[in-house]
Design a protein around this ligand. Structure first.
Ligand code: MEZ
Length: 550
């Protein structure tokens, strides 16, 4: 082969180069197959079940423990989460727990307190303000810093002629292995088209054909093309318009760098505000509110099972911890999503998301011999199990010089299938990210291995976002039920809109039907600490954790 034709390989160590040459050799067969409209065969149902049971990280016997106290006592959950749910309150809380006169005095009074300034929280704020409420958003980092902005490949909405909300509903239930809350799924798919229109009206720039028609793609486990994207920065673009809208509304105040660390409840067992810590130091802030919405996102930064993560730095399960101590039940916490394609090379990019949209446009999975081993658009949990099996059991993974392993995602195939320039146009974010490390994804496959991506379970909610606790609502990744034990791509961005809007509206209705409480306090927290003591739990951790420990 001529020098110029192989230069793109020089960025890789020799051992990996050899494997890429095999990928390049098999590429023409896969191209021909794709042009004939053929795909690698899907797995049989029995293989799916067996591979999930044997290789999915959720099924590992280690890494979990039983909860000893609280509404989910007796449930097995990941150790890292269990330790936080049963942690001690943060130091700053001690004085407040002992002296109720402190929590009785408010620094901030509002109709609705929203904890979390990502996609779900900000959407809820817009809905609540529209319904006439005064809203205060307390966010841990800056407004918008969240998993929403990390979402790349798109949002599922059944708005095409060949599709329907029913079809979408069936895909979600199947993808979740029928463990979903069907009413929540129905709400999600029913509101899909109006949520999409809402975003368009806010000015979101979706990918479109010159005729103005939306481009739609396949995601894993979907029976129809219904992924609507903005390049490979869909969440970032979504957050741009939602944040701009919220910041233009007078009734919404946003407080950056002030994470909530505990809910305030009253003598009637109602959620009536929260204690906020100031990241930059200083006295905690006491917020009194008529209703509260938790929208704190997920827990990827707990690095369950020691996996890398695609998540934002703020994803430390804070909302789950606060809700749990206040007695709100959680569900499906044993179930997490390990996205099949986290980056596995170079080392500085390990865990970074390589969007599923690459597979939606034809990129295939290959082992170290350049052989395809799984259909690229199986549901996520199955694909993840297949990659781990290929590396661990078959020993067919590609070794990196850092001792890690991965499989190839053959991205250059996309330009061959769809025409030159497609990769740069459809994936501007990832193209720039990797070219900065000398890796040209138009020419080189990327090495991938599963990365911790999403918390499938969370707070139990109803279709209006309400919880068991009066005055407490929740939306987004902090909740459970919509996706059951496995979320399909693109349904998280839809969820934050649909349930953000619903929770915002419902919290506003609740706030309008009530008055501020006269007894905001932390008695639920003292009771929780007492339960820990009764069970001889002696936690070392203080929670919520707020930031990852590295
Ligand atoms: O919904 C997701 O998790 C998503 C859009 C991820 C991706 O692969 O891009």
């Amino acid at each position: 082969m001529k020098q110029a034709e192989t230069n793109h390989l020089n960025v890789l160590p020799e051992a990996m180069r050899e494997s890429v040459r095999l990928v390049e050799r098999t590429r023409k067969y896969r191209l021909a197959q794709s042009l004939r409209g053929e795909t690698f065969p899907s797995l049989s149902i029995s293989d799916r079940k067996a591979w999930l049971a044997d290789f999915h990280p959720d099924q590992r016997a280690d890494g979990k423990r039983y909860l000893l106290v609280g509404p989910n006592e007796g449930n097995q959950v990941p150790v890292e989460l269990a330790d936080l749910l049963e942690s001690r309150p943060r130091i700053a809380l001690t004085e407040l727990m002992e002296d109720p006169s402190i929590t009785a005095k408010a620094d901030i009074v509002t109709d609705i307190l929203i904890i979390g300034g990502g996609g779900a929280g900000t959407t809820a704020a817009i809905a609540a303000a529209k319904a006439g409420s005064k809203v205060f958003i307390a966010t841990k980092l800056r407004h918008g810093d969240s998993n929403t902005i990390m979402a790349e490949g798109g949002m599922q909405v059944a708005d095409q002629e060949c599709d329907s909300p029913v079809q979408h509903y069936l895909d979600i239930l199947g993808g979740g292995h029928f463990t979903n809350n069907a009413e929540l799924v129905e709400a999600l798919v029913t509101d899909g088209a109006s949520a999409l229109r809402w975003l368009e009206d806010l000015g979101m720039l979706f990918d479109k054909y010159p005729t103005g028609r939306m481009k739609v793609r396949h995601g894993g486990g979907t029976s129809r093309k219904r992924l609507h994207a903005a390049g490979d920065v869909t969440g970032l673009e979504m957050m741009r318009v939602i944040r701009d809208k919220a910041e233009s509304i007078e009734n919404i105040t946003v407080s950056d760098f002030t994470p909530a660390v505990e809910l305030l409840t009253d003598d009637d067992g109602r959620a009536v505000g929260a204690v906020l810590e100031r990241i930059n130091g200083g006295k905690p802030l006491i917020v009194h509110a008529k209703s509260v919405i938790i929208a704190t996102g997920g827990m990827g930064r707990l690095h369950l099972n020691k996996f890398p993560t695609s998540n934002h730095y703020g994803a430390t399960a804070d909302g789950l911890v606060m809700a749990y101590r206040a007695g709100v039940p959680l569900r499906d916490l044993h179930s997490c999503q390990y996205h099949p394609t986290g980056s596995a090379y170079p080392q500085r990019k390990v865990g970074l998301l390589i969007t599923e949209k690459f597979r939606g446009l034809g990129a295939s999975f290959l082992n170290k011999f350049g052989d395809e081993f799984i259909f690229g658009l199986e549901a996520r949990d199955v694909t993840t199990a297949a990659i781990i099996r290929e590396c661990q059991m078959m020993n067919n993974g590609v070794q990196t010089p850092y001792g890690s392993v991965g499989v190839w995602l053959d991205i250059p195939l996309i330009d061959l299938i769809h025409g030159r320039g497609t990769i740069e146009k459809e994936f501007p974010g990832r193209f720039k990210e990797f070219i900065s490390k000398g890796i040209d994804i138009r020419k080189l496959p990327l090495l991938a291995y599963p990365t911790l991506h999403y918390q499938n379970g969370g707070m139990v909610i109803g279709t209006n976002g309400g919880t068991d606790m009066p005055g407490l609502f929740a939306a987004g990744e902090v909740t459970g039920g919509v996706h059951g034990h496995n979320r399909l791509m693109g349904n998280a961005l839809l969820e934050i809109l649909v349930f953000g809007l619903r929770a915002g509206q419902s919290a506003a209705e609740f706030a309008q039907s009530t008055t501020l409480s006269s007894s905001p306090g932390l008695s639920h927290l003292s009771a929780f600490v007492e339960q820990l003591e009764q069970k001889n739990c002696n936690p070392e951790l203080n929670g919520p954790q707020l930031l990852p420990v590295y």
